[in-house]
Design a binder for this molecule. Structure first.
Ligand code: NAD
Length: 438
């Protein structure tokens, strides 16, 4: 199969690289010349474990190329994937479809022969039909089908998720499009991963429903964590006991500083908006959005409490600012609420993050970037574990506490045990949904 991939972000690049590894011929196209220049030099513009090696292998094999020229990518393609961003539209919470519709227009102007136009971006119900109408209006002579193929990969584990998915969802209108999609995903059939074939609307809905459900699960345990703190329960024990129930499952039951990232915040808002538009309110999702904001605010209060009620004049070492480990993605990370609140309150904030600096420097003004957690802790009044990178999971607590001005720790990912922290010289510790010591 010959595949054109429009957009070389977290989803487009990973999908393009993995499709080429399946043996397909893939051309990835992006509007951003710096991205394409980097890719042509063999550099990966994002941080995603393993992507550099897999990309190099397939470029070397001649199955994977990059271009700024959409017409070149589209020429002779069996399928054109749209994997551009669908951020929250300013002002109303809707998914911004500007990039998707612009890509559809460009496809209409460049495609010549039968092709399946596949939307991989997360888009509201009805978008694939709009894509079809847009292309048909701009190029009535073009023979084509549309398909909805939402992506479920997680940043940080994207290659494995793409190669070994729980399922692939494909929404189609014709047998011909279904056949092209089946041929593209054929290598997965061989390994027996299920492909769920649906109509366009159901495929679009599956993606939003799945993300909203996961955001709900996280938010539920975060709310339980707040109650645990009040009643003296330990949320880690509670989630373990809950998660062993096969009907519940143990994933996405880790209490923390609130969900963030490039998907859950925007997709929950978009689903709530779709519900309003169709007079079918998504009340649970709306509550989740509100509670998640409260969770982040609660974290700021926790930190202020640990700083004797005021950040003013305090030196704080923040470990981790990306929305989760193993990514450089800072979009909607809880750190973007928590760190500015401390800076605004007069704290001197030092930040350590293995991959977050490049993006973080633009988003977190007024902080000092430090490479090493031990250096960041020197003379500090508080350490905050905000993202559970492996690098921060087994720190030498004695060494940290010994160099701090006041050895206090806020462990917002529940990495450490209160008794170990105390035994290693810390005078105050707070976690999420568990008793600390103060
Ligand atoms: P991204 O912002 O990282 O990448 C989008 C890319 O598309 C950018 O490089 C941009 O320059 C390019 N682009 C925009 N318009 C273009 C055009 N007309 N022609 C060529 N290139 C164009 O976005 P992302 O995180 O990869 O997300 C893409 C979509 O996938 C979104 O809808 C998102 O919701 C969905 N998704 C993301 C994830 C994730 O973990 N990031 C997971 C599942 C689904």
């Amino acid at each position: 199969m010959k595949i054109a991939m429009i957009g070389t972000g977290y989803v487009g690049l990973v999908s393009g690289v993995c499709f080429s590894d399946f043996g397909h011929d893939v051309i990835c196209v992006d509007k951003d010349p710096t991205k394409i220049e980097k890719l042509e030099r063999g550099e990966v513009p994002i941080y995603e474990p393993g992507l550099d090696v897999l990309m190099a292998k397939n470029v070397e094999a001649g199955r994977l190329t990059f271009t700024l020229d959409l017409a070149k990518a589209v020429e002779g393609a069996d399928a054109i994937f749209i994997a551009v961003g669908t951020p929250t539209r300013r002002g109303d919470g809707h998914a911004d479809l500007t990039y998707v519709m612009a890509a559809a227009e460009e496809i209409a102007q460049t495609a010549k022969d039968y092709v399946v136009v596949v939307t991989k971006s997360t888009v509201p119900v009805g978008t694939n039909r709009k894509v079809r109408e847009t292309i048909a209006a701009a190029n009535p002579a073009l023979d084509f089908d549309v398909a909805s193929n939402p992506e479920f990969l997680r940043e940080g584990a994207a290659i494995d998720d793409f190669m070994k998915p729980d399922r692939v969802v494909v929404g189609v209108e014709t047998d011909r499009a279904a056949e092209v999609m089946a041929a593209i995903y054929q290598p997965l059939y061989l390994r027996d991963f299920p492909i769920v074939t649906t109509d366009l609307e159901s495929a679009e809905m599956i993606k939003y429903a799945a993300n909203a459900f996961l955001a709900t699960k996280i938010t539920f345990i975060n709310e339980i964590a707040a109650l645990c703190e009040k009643v003296g329960a330990d949320v880690k024990q509670v989630s373990r006991g809950m998660g062993m129930d096969g009907r519940i499952g143990n994933k996405f039951l880790h209490a923390g500083p609130g969900y963030g990232g490039s998907c859950f915040p925007k997709d929950t808002k978009a689903l709530a908006r779709i519900g309003q538009d169709f007079a079918s309110p998504m009340q649970i999702t709306e509550a989740v959005i509100k509670v998640n904001e409260e969770v982040k605010r609660r974290m700021v209060e926790k930190l202020a409490d640990l700083c004797d009620g005021s950040f003013n004049g305090k030196t704080v070492a923040v470990l981790g600012v990306t929305f989760k480990p193993n990514t450089d993605d800072m979009r909607d990370a809880p750190s973007l609420t928590i760190v500015p609140a401390m800076v605004g309150g007069g704290a001197k904030v030092r930040v350590v993050d293995p991959q977050g600096r490049h993006e973080g420097e633009k988003l977190l003004p007024g902080v000092n970037w430090i490479e090493d957690p031990y250096e960041a802790a020197e003379g500090a009044d508080l350490i905050v574990v905000l993202t559970e990178w492996n690098e921060f999971r087994a720190l030498d607590l004695k060494r940290l506490s010994g160099s701090m001005n006041t050895p206090r720790m806020a462990d917002l990912r529940n990495v450490y045990k209160a008794k170990d922290v105390e035994a290693n010289g810390f005078t105050a510790y707070t976690a999420v949904g568990r008793s600390g010591f103060e």
